[in-house]
Design a protein around this ligand. Structure first.
Ligand SMILES: [Zn+2]
Length: 102
């Protein structure tokens, strides 16, 4: 039960994290899974890819295919709208952090 609630809560953090990296440089899915793991988030491809697709259809991310080591990978980068959302989310996250940190 609490696991389910935490997953829901962390989904917002994960969205911000994804936008943050997309703003820095294009990434591909399995790289993001590893990156999130390092930050303590276990997310499966079955969760991540639909999430990337929904960010793409909301026009916050854009995808392009690139060949990397003989494999076609889908790279995601941020759109101007995504950058605006990120800026907003960053301000809100910072505000919340200031409030709750002890
Ligand atoms: Zn990160």
């Amino acid at each position: 039960m609490s696991e389910k609630i935490l997953r829901k809560l962390f989904l917002g953090f994960i969205h911000i994290h994804i936008l943050h990296h997309a703003a820095k440089e294009p990434f591909y899915g399995s790289w993001m899974i590893e990156e999130l793991k390092e930050h303590g988030y276990e997310i499966s491809p079955g969760t991540l890819y639909p999430l990337l697709h929904s960010l793409e259809s909301d026009q916050l991310l854009k995808m392009h295919e690139k060949v990397n080591e003989g494999k076609i990978r889908k790279y995601y980068s941020i759109t101007p709208m995504g950058a605006e959302v990120l800026e907003d989310a960053r301000a809100k996250a910072y505000e919340l952090f200031k409030e709750i940190k002890e």
